[in-house]
Ligand binder design. Structure first.
Ligand SMILES: Nc1ncnc2c1ncn2[C@@H]1O[C@H](COP(=O)(O)OP(=O)(O)OP(=O)(O)O)[C@@H](O)[C@H]1O
Length: 212
């Protein structure tokens, strides 16, 4: 069976909030599976805002987003959140249980994916006892198990050491190659380097950031 084509196309996208100037104006891009697309630019330029628009949580004030073949959208937040008393593996198994796997199968697959993110040592640890970096990787592992068509990731390496960040960047590449459209908002030059393409928000920013 051939997979349905997937794409996300933005045309003339622009946004501003009440009380802000235009964050970006006239953004045009097409996102396809197979590559990581970076959203890069200085703090406050609108990277998270663009992710929210791509997720469909926020209506752009200008332009439009067209989605083809996108049924599931995953989001990995800048600040990982979870259920404090539930174990790490419970968090990763949850989307698999929701997709109808038995508990045994869901746990087996969750452990495999956790191993990809160097999380085998914390499988049964409650979420509240994870380090910031472990919690961030756990959120990525969970999103892989949701098998999203579009995966939106906000600053995935902000809390990670260089080696772990490199693993995360490699894993994002592997997720993209399996057919997910991966979009990453990042300041990290290593993550930027891992992106096949970059939407440079500084280039589009309409606001004069040098103004007092
Ligand atoms: N709901 C909101 N209402 C008003 N202003 C907002 C709202 N959300 C964001 N902003 C403003 O819009 C601008 C862009 O915010 P956004 O979070 O998208 O930036 P960012 O590039 O992701 O920043 P960072 O790299 O620091 O996370 C900021 O000036 C922010 O203060």
């Amino acid at each position: 069976m051939t997979e349905a084509p997937k794409l996300v196309r933005a045309t003339g996208l622009g946004h501003r909030f009440a009380g802000t100037d235009d964050l970006f104006g006239g953004l045009d891009f097409t996102l396809l599976p197979g590559e990581i697309v970076g959203i890069c630019g200085p703090s406050g330029c609108g990277k998270s805002t663009l992710l929210s628009i791509l997720a469909g949580w926020l209506e752009p004030v200008a332009g439009r987003i067209e989605k083809v073949g996108i049924e599931r959208t995953g989001w990995v937040f800048q600040n990982p959140y979870g259920v404090p008393a539930r174990t790490a593996v419970d968090h990763v198994a949850l989307p698999l249980l929701a997709r109808g796997l038995t508990r045994d199968d869901a746990e087996r697959r969750a452990r495999e994916v956790m191993a990809m993110f160097n999380l085998s040592g914390v499988v049964h640890q409650p979420f509240r006892e994870l380090s910031g970096g472990e919690a961030q990787r756990l959120m990525l592992a969970r999103s892989v198990c949701s098998a999203p068509d579009l995966l939106l990731v906000d600053e995935p390496t902000a809390q990670l050491d260089l080696r772990t960040a490199a693993t995360v960047n490699e894993t994002l590449g592997a997720i993209a190659q399996e057919g997910t459209i991966v979009v990453v908002a990042t300041h990290d030059p290593h993550t930027r380097a891992a992106c096949g393409r970059v939407i440079d928000m500084a280039h589009y920013a309409v606001r004069d950031r040098t103004a007092p």
